[in-house]
Design a protein around this ligand. Structure first.
Ligand SMILES: [Zn+2]
Length: 147
């Protein structure tokens, strides 16, 4: 029996138990009424538990569907150097290799605001050297010697 079916069955059992409680019984049958109250309470708790389980399963199914979408997306990526690209090799298409290879997620990279030689991933926090960074034309390396 699937979980929605179990919830329906428990709901029906709860209805029956409520009907039994409303039957007019004499004083010697008071214990029976208490037992029925216990049954009702137990069934209500089971219903809550199954409802929560059902919601959790729906969440997991949605997550699995999203992951499958990412797998299809990963198959379309190309790798150049250490980074993946979704489309032409451009900074806007750069994807995090750790997230693609380990987490099976397609996550874009952004230029570190305080160090433009670095591309960083906001998901796994890994950083990579920025293959698109170009030195300013006025920059000369310390060992630059024109003669
Ligand atoms: Zn990442």
């Amino acid at each position: 029996m699937d979980i929605p079916g179990a919830i329906s069955a428990i709901t029906a059992a709860l209805g029956l138990a409520r009907e039994l409680r409303q039957i007019d019984v004499n004083l010697e049958k008071a214990e029976l009424k208490l037992k029925l109250a216990d049954i009702t309470e137990a069934l209500a708790e089971a219903k809550v538990a199954l409802t929560e389980a059902s919601l959790r399963i729906s969440e997991l199914e949605r997550a699995a569907a999203a992951k499958s979408t990412d797998s299809q997306h990963i198959a379309r990526l190309s790798k150049q150097g250490e980074l993946y690209y979704d489309g032409p090799v451009a900074i806007s298409n750069a994807k995090c290799p750790h997230c693609v290879e380990v987490k099976r997620l397609v996550v874009g990279l952004h230029v570190e605001p305080f160090d433009q030689t670095i591309l960083a991933c906001s998901n796994c926090k890994n950083s990579y050297s920025n293959p698109f960074f170009e030195m300013p034309s006025s920059y000369q390396s310390p060992d630059y010697d024109p003669f």
